[in-house]
Design a binder for this molecule. Structure first.
Ligand SMILES: *[C@@H]1O[C@H](CO)[C@@H](O)[C@H](O)[C@H]1NC(C)=O
Ligand SMILES: *[C@@H]1O[C@H](CO)[C@@H](O)[C@H](O)[C@H]1NC(C)=O
Ligand SMILES: *[C@@H]1O[C@H](CO)[C@@H](O)[C@H](O)[C@H]1NC(C)=O
Ligand SMILES: *[C@@H]1O[C@H](CO)[C@@H](O)[C@H](O)[C@H]1NC(C)=O
Ligand SMILES: *[C@@H]1O[C@H](CO)[C@@H](O)[C@H](O)[C@H]1NC(C)=O
Ligand SMILES: *[C@@H]1O[C@H](CO)[C@@H](O)[C@H](O)[C@H]1NC(C)=O
Ligand SMILES: *[C@@H]1O[C@H](CO)[C@@H](O)[C@H](O)[C@H]1NC(C)=O
Ligand SMILES: *[C@@H]1O[C@H](CO)[C@@H](O)[C@H](O)[C@H]1NC(C)=O
Ligand SMILES: *[C@@H]1O[C@H](CO)[C@@H](O)[C@H](O)[C@H]1NC(C)=O
Ligand SMILES: *[C@@H]1O[C@H](CO)[C@@H](O)[C@H](O)[C@H]1NC(C)=O
Ligand SMILES: *[C@@H]1O[C@H](CO)[C@@H](O)[C@H](O)[C@H]1NC(C)=O
Ligand SMILES: *[C@@H]1O[C@H](CO)[C@@H](O)[C@H](O)[C@H]1NC(C)=O
Length: 855
């Protein structure tokens, strides 16, 4: 049977193919055409739609993601292509798939509008478009999809108001509009969607009041209105919808009380979050009745009164955040949480809690990983049983009245990464067991009465692994620490911030600091340090150095951080001299005339019209001179950028790039690999080039890139945002350059690799790219004080951003020629003399872009 049908189809298809006349049988041309048009508008880098090809023998019903009707065999009823990496936009022809019931394109990168033609899909029941980049307005014609029960548009770029026509979607059971850029108010017609079980309107841009009509949604389980600009009070009736499990209104401007009986009226609550609003009144006493509660967020409101009691009846409680909420109570209530054996996060900081920490704190959940009880008025000692909380990774007790010694049992909390004990009245020594906390990266014990010395264990490397190798921040300011700073500090190789100011340390600045290559801030002020300022401080990558109020003497170095008068503080020392002029220190008695000589600048005067030979000689000479000046022997780098990003550490970049995962790798080259990463609270996407320091020349290429890009700025040059000179967790040197991320990758990819029609440069685009590159090169040659020769201009070093603007990058082989650029560039015949690099263009670049000569 099949073979006869197949034959018939073959004939018909051939006919269709040549005559483009309608064919029937096992294809429906409207559906076929719609699918092909869909494919045509899609960019499919991973080949997810490779099976989507004309084939006489195989029906489109077998294409990936397509299902057809059982009864009407040729009609497409569902498209399921989630997480396929698809980009591009949606074809309006999809509106011809008149049998379509379900379409799932979740988690792709589709953009453009959702076509109004979707209104023609009368059978459509299910739309899952979350996590794409669809823009434009929500199509009002969706109102014609009478059977729609599931509409998820979460996390797109949709704008405008919710169209009033959508009020006809009375069958909706799930509606997700969260994370878009909508405007206006929450439409009151949503109260007519009486079958609604899930309503997600988080972070949509809605203003105004929560409509009273929502109280009619008597099947609601999931109500999320967080992160809008909602005002007024929550309609009472919402607290009577007993089916609700998730109730979140976090981060709005809501007022009023949370009803005290909420635990009875909403007995199915799992997640309750009303944080960051202006709620007043007492915390509801009935919470303990909502047996399934896992998360309670009441933080940042204007509640008063005591903590809710009996939370110990909530066996599933995981997350309790009631900080900054004006709570007045005795901290002993914490005993009642000991039955919550799953509790992982406890933040009750910044309230008016008094009393002393009960011994039963030892019986809190061993799953507890975050505990903050700072900014209260808790006094007394820390019970040593705190050492039982072996799950803790972050502990903050700041700004309380704790006194007595820090219990040494704290050294048993081996998962601790962050401890903040600042601004209390702790006395005695720092327990040496702190040295057991191998994961610790931040230790704050500022403003206490800690005395004694820094335990050598903080920096020691015994043969076992007990060492603070991950410590990035050590803050011990304003205590009574004394003695010498142990040289073993050299083992804390990942340290970036070291604050020991306001203590009584004495002796010389320890030599051990010279190993801390990643150190960015060093504050040793207000101690009794004496002796000379060691010159290695000028070799570190310090951004800030405070040595004031000590007993230091002798010459001030002139390298590194000492070159920047605003980054160093040297006030009130004994007898400092020398340094850069701006420091206004008296000159040192001349003991080292040689050194002085080396700073007399060489002046080179270049005659304008000289014979070629002399010219080349001068160029060669000034080239050597610049090399000496710009590549000093010591390992320090001046940032080639003015940027609001601080230097990034190895740890920062490890986190930013998912541990330098392969999934984040976007390319690799001779001197290293490039990773995509996210920094700055997830706002900034960057490209991180990690130098492979084993390769000869990588280090040099890094320095060159820093030197060359210092002070150059052009819209067609790839900007460096930050650099990293640090140490990895194995103790190896680590260097990386952090650039802006360019969404469209390198030109190379567009020209050579993806031969699929999906990536195609138009003539105009090619021309624009050529112009961009030319203007960057022109700028490099003539636009700065010195001629800069890129030396490695090729398509893989040209990057394209979202709007296809080209940026020239990778200056690892670049050279600064001299400050005679204009003459130099004008006289092309001499360019050959400079190692033949000035005109170097990778073969293929010029012809493919149809262009012109450089310079
Ligand atoms: C059609 O698909 C089948 C199965 O994938 C394959 O064997 C056949 O070669 C294809 N025919 C054409 C013309 O591409
Ligand atoms: C989203 O898609 C990406 C690939 O495009 C995939 O790695 C990721 O796991 C998907 N996320 C979810 C939640 O499915
Ligand atoms: C399919 O849809 C497009 C755009 O909406 C329309 O122009 C075209 O006529 C339709 N084709 C068929 C075969 O229905
Ligand atoms: C959304 O897309 C991003 C990027 O593809 C992916 O990392 C994330 O897991 C997706 N989330 C969901 C819920 O699909
Ligand atoms: C949208 O709906 C209106 C009203 O039914 C109709 O006139 C119009 O043609 C529809 N638009 C599209 C593109 O289908
Ligand atoms: C809700 O539905 C009722 C009855 O169908 C109708 O009268 C009312 O206008 C609708 N409300 C809104 C806001 O659309
Ligand atoms: C909520 O339920 C309680 C008890 O059933 C009732 O007294 C109250 O009037 C209801 N509130 C609203 C606004 O429906
Ligand atoms: C709370 O109210 C105060 C004063 O009325 C206002 O300044 C503040 O922004 C409000 N906070 C929130 C989260 O709405
Ligand atoms: C808390 O745990 C203790 C001991 O396991 C038990 O006796 C007590 O009844 C529990 N409290 C509640 C409210 O479940
Ligand atoms: C902790 O719990 C154990 C057993 O449940 C009990 O014996 C002990 O007294 C409790 N400790 C404190 C300090 O409450
Ligand atoms: C710290 O480690 C040392 C040696 O590994 C061990 O003897 C000591 O008991 C540990 N201290 C604590 C508080 O765990
Ligand atoms: C620790 O507390 C101090 C206040 O003394 C604060 O400045 C610092 O940011 C806190 N650090 C952490 C990591 O919480």
């Amino acid at each position: 049977m099949t073979s006869s049908i197949t034959l018939e189809c073959l004939v018909l298809l051939i006919f269709f193919y040549f005559a483009s006349s309608p064919a029937t049988c096992s294809i429906n041309d409207a559906d076929l055409e719609a699918l092909l048009s869909f494919k045509e508008n899609i960019i499919d880098p991973r080949g997810a739609l490779d099976s989507w090809r004309y084939n006489e023998t195989v029906s489109y019903c077998t294409w990936k993601g397509i299902s057809c009707s059982r009864r009407h065999r040729t009609r497409v009823v569902s498209i399921d292509l989630d997480s396929q990496g698809l980009a591009g936009s949606l074809s309006p022809h999809l509106g011809n798939l008149s049998f379509l019931r379900s379409i799932n394109l979740q988690n792709n990168s589709l953009h453009g509008p959702i076509p109004q033609e979707f209104g023609r899909l009368k059978q459509l029941e299910y739309i899952e478009f979350s996590n794409n980049s669809f823009d434009g307005e929500i199509p009002r014609n969706l109102s014609q999809c009478q059977y729609l029960y599931y509409l998820n548009l979460i996390d797109n770029n949709l704008k405008g108001k919710v169209p009033s026509e959508l009020s006809s979607l009375s069958k909706l059971e799930a509606l997700g509009l969260a994370m878009n850029y909508l405007s206006g108010t929450i439409p009151s017609f949503m109260g007519n969607f009486t079958f609604l079980r899930q309503l997600s309107l988080r972070n949509c841009g809605f203003k105004g009041k929560i409509p009273e009509s929502l109280v009619h949604l008597q099947n609601l389980q999931f109500l999320v209105l967080a992160q809008n600009m909602l005002t007024g009070i929550i309609p009472d009736g919402l607290f009577n919808i007993s089916t609700i499990e998730v109730f979140s209104v976090t981060s709005n401007h809501l007022l009023g009380n949370i009803p005290s009986d909420i635990g009875f009226s909403l007995p199915n609550l799992r997640f309750l979050s009303v944080g960051d609003n202006n709620f007043t009144g007492l915390l509801p006493v009935s919470l303990s009745n909502a047996y399934f509660l896992q998360t309670i967020n009441f933080y940042q409101n204007k509640f008063t009164g005591p903590m809710p009691k009996n939370l110990d009846r909530l066996p599933d409680l995981l997350f309790l955040a009631i900080w900054s909420s004006n709570i007045q109570d005795d901290i002993s209530f914490i005993s009642s949480l000991t039955n919550c054996t799953k509790l992982g996060h406890l933040d009750i900081s910044d309230n008016f809690l008094t009393g002393s920490l009960p011994h039963s704190v030892a019986n809190l959940s061993s799953q507890l990983s975050y505990m903050s009880i700072g900014r209260n008025m808790i006094h007394g000692t820390i019970p040593s049983g705190i050492g039982n909380l072996i799950g803790l990774s972050s502990l903050s007790l700041v700004f309380n009245l704790f006194s007595g010694p820090i219990p040494s049992s704290i050294g048993g909390l081996t998962k601790l990464e962050e401890i903040n004990l600042s601004a209390n009245r702790f006395t005695n020594k720092l327990p040496s067991s702190l040295g057991n906390l191998t994961l610790l990266n931040t230790l704050f014990v500022v403003r206490n009465n800690i005395s004694g010395t820094i335990p050598p264990s903080l920096g020691s490397i015994p043969s076992e692994l007990s060492t603070l190798r991950n410590l990035e921040e050590l803050h011990l300011s304003n205590n009574r620490l004394s003695g010498l700073v142990p040289n073993t500090i050299s083992s804390c190789i990942t340290l970036q911030y070291l604050h020991l100011d306001g203590n009584s340390f004495h002796g010389e600045i320890p030599e051990g600091l010279s190993s801390l290559k990643g150190l960015q801030e060093l504050d040793l002020s207000r101690n009794n340090f004496s002796g000379l300022i060691p010159s290695f401080l000028g070799d570190l990558s310090l951004a800030n150095l405070n040595l004031s109020f000590n007993k230091l003497r002798g010459p001030v170095p002139v390298e590194g951080v000492f070159r920047n008068v605003s980054a160093v503080s040297l006030e009130e020392n004994f007898e400092l001299c020398g340094g850069i002029l701006e420091l206004k220190l008296p000159p040192c008695p001349s003991t080292n005339p040689k050194k002085k000589n080396s700073h007399i600048p060489l002046k080179i005067i270049v005659p304008v019209s000289v014979s070629g030979a002399i010219f080349i000689a001068v160029v060669a000479f000034s080239y050597i001179f610049i090399q000496c000046k710009t590549e000093p022997r010591s390992d320090k780098y001046t940032s080639p950028f003015e940027s609001h990003f601080r230097r990034l550490s190895y740890g920062d970049l490890l986190r930013a790039t998912n541990g330098f995962s392969e999934a984040n790798m976007v390319g690799s080259g001779r001197f290293g690999s490039v990773y995509k990463g996210i920094i700055g609270n997830g706002n900034t996407t960057v490209a991180v080039k990690v130098l492979n320091l084993h390769v000869r020349g990588a280090n040099k290429s890094f320095k060159r890139e820093c030197n060359v890009l210092r002070g150059v700025r052009h819209r067609n040059l790839l900007k460096i945002l930050s650099i990293s000179v640090s140490i990895d967790y194995q103790g190896n040197d680590f260097m990386a350059l952090i650039y802006q991320f360019k969404a469209n990758g390198s030109l190379d990819k567009w020209l050579h690799q993806d031969t699929e029609s999906t990536r195609y440069l138009t003539l105009i685009q090619r021309l624009n790219i050529a112009i961009d590159v030319a203007s960057a090169v022109e700028y490099l040659h003539n636009g700065t004080g010195s001629a800069i020769v890129h030396g490695d201009l090729k398509p893989s070093n040209i990057l394209l951003d979202d709007d296809m603007t080209a940026h020239v990058g990778d200056f690892g082989l670049a050279k600064v020629i001299s400050n005679v650029s204009s003459n130099f560039a004008a006289d092309e015949s001499h360019s050959v003399a400079v190692k033949g690099t000035i005109g170097y263009i990778a073969p293929g670049l010029a012809p493919t872009l149809f262009f012109y000569s450089f310079a």
